[in-house]
Every structure is written in structure tokens, then in C-alpha cells.
Design a protein around this ligand. Structure first.
Ligand SMILES: [Ca+2]
Ligand SMILES: [Ca+2]
Length: 72
């Protein structure tokens, strides 16, 4: 039984780090914000409207929270 829990714990960790890595991957210059250019480079189908809708504080870039909200 312990082995099953260990496998589950590892799987959960993998999911968590995968989401974190995704933001870092899209944020090509690692400044903590995703610009329209960075977003489109990672997601070619993203429209300007979708980006603007995700940019809830309207500063022209997506922070980690805005990116997470858009991804969900
Ligand atoms: Ca950036
Ligand atoms: Ca923003």
C-alpha cells in the first residue's frame, strides 16, 4: 500500500512542477511577465482579444496569476 501512496505523491508533484515550468517556458526572457509576443510564440493560436481578456490588470503583460487563470 505504501508504494501506491508514494507513486501518487510523485505524480502530484510532477503535475505541480509541470504547471510552474509552463509559465517559465512561455516567459522567454524570464522577467516574470508574459508579453503578447512571448504568448504568441508559445501559443500561435492566441488572439489579441484573448490576451487582452486574460490581462485583467491591463498592464500589457500576463503575470503568473493571469497566465494561470487563462490556462484553466
Ligand atoms: Ca517576459
Ligand atoms: Ca497583466
Amino acid at each position: 500500500m505504501k508504494k501506491i501512496f508514494a507513486v501518487l505523491a510523485v505524480s502530484l508533484l510532477a503535475v505541480t512542477s509541470a504547471q510552474a515550468a509552463e509559465f517559465a517556458e512561455v516567459d522567454a526572457d524570464a522577467d516574470g511577465a508574459i508579453t503578447m509576443e512571448e504568448a504568441v510564440a508559445a501559443m500561435p493560436d492566441l488572439t489579441e482579444d484573448a490576451f487582452a481578456a486574460a490581462d485583467t490588470d491591463e498592464d500589457g503583460s500576463l503575470n503568473a496569476d493571469e497566465f494561470a487563470a487563462m490556462s484553466n
